[in-house]
Design a protein around this ligand. Structure first.
Ligand code: IDP
Ligand code: MG
Length: 162
């Protein structure tokens, strides 16, 4: 079929994106998902989830020696999060750009954190920082089998197939 090639070519990379508890409490779920949707990436997993402590600690294990680690884990456990996996060529780096700098005061206007947050400890959204972490975090939060394989009807209007 005509968009088989396009589908294959965007199968290359996934990013784990998570709306943190402040984003859910503030009613920003639709706003944040909408930005990724409008960009043109493909949603392949989605759930509202009250995270258990061991998953939050594993997710942020590289930061376990930081003084804010305890507060960070508490923040992630403080209410439901929205877990997503987005797929597409270049999605990891692009999602980080859409999200903006870790400190919302330094994040550019137009980014999610730049537009919607004021403090590093309440920065509304997470995005994987590498393709490897995209895979690792997806496995941690969803398990690999949870990804939905589907072909968006608009794919040929987003991705040139030749
Ligand atoms: P990132 O989310 O932009 O990838 P990381 O350095 O990986 O940033 O830190 C993970 C999360 O830890 C941040 O999004 C933020 O919620 C929290 N965090 C990072 N640095 C600080 C800090 O200095 N104080 C409080 N929380 C922090
Ligand atoms: Mg990070």
């Amino acid at each position: 079929r005509r968009h088989a090639a396009a589908t294959l070519s965007i199968r290359s990379e996934i990013s784990y994106v998570m709306i943190k508890p402040d984003g859910v409490q503030r009613g920003l779920v639709g706003e944040i998902i909408g930005r990724f949707e409008r960009k043109g990436f493909k949603l392949v997993a989605l759930k509202l989830f009250q995270c258990p402590k061991d998953i939050a600690e594993e997710h942020y294990k590289d930061l376990s020696s930081k003084p804010f680690f305890g507060a960070l884990v508490e923040y992630i456990l403080s209410g439901p999060v929205v877990c997503m996996v987005w797929e597409g060529a270049g999605v990891v780096k692009s999602a980080r750009k859409l999200i903006g700098a870790t400190n919302p005061l330094e994040a550019e206007p137009g980014t999610i954190r730049g537009d919607l947050a004021v403090q590093v400890g309440r920065n509304v959204v997470h995005g994987s920082d590498s393709a490897e972490n995209g895979e690792r975090e997806t496995a941690l939060w969803f398990g690999k089998d949870a990804l939905v394989s589907w072909e968006p009807a608009l794919a040929p209007w987003l991705i040139e197939s030749n």
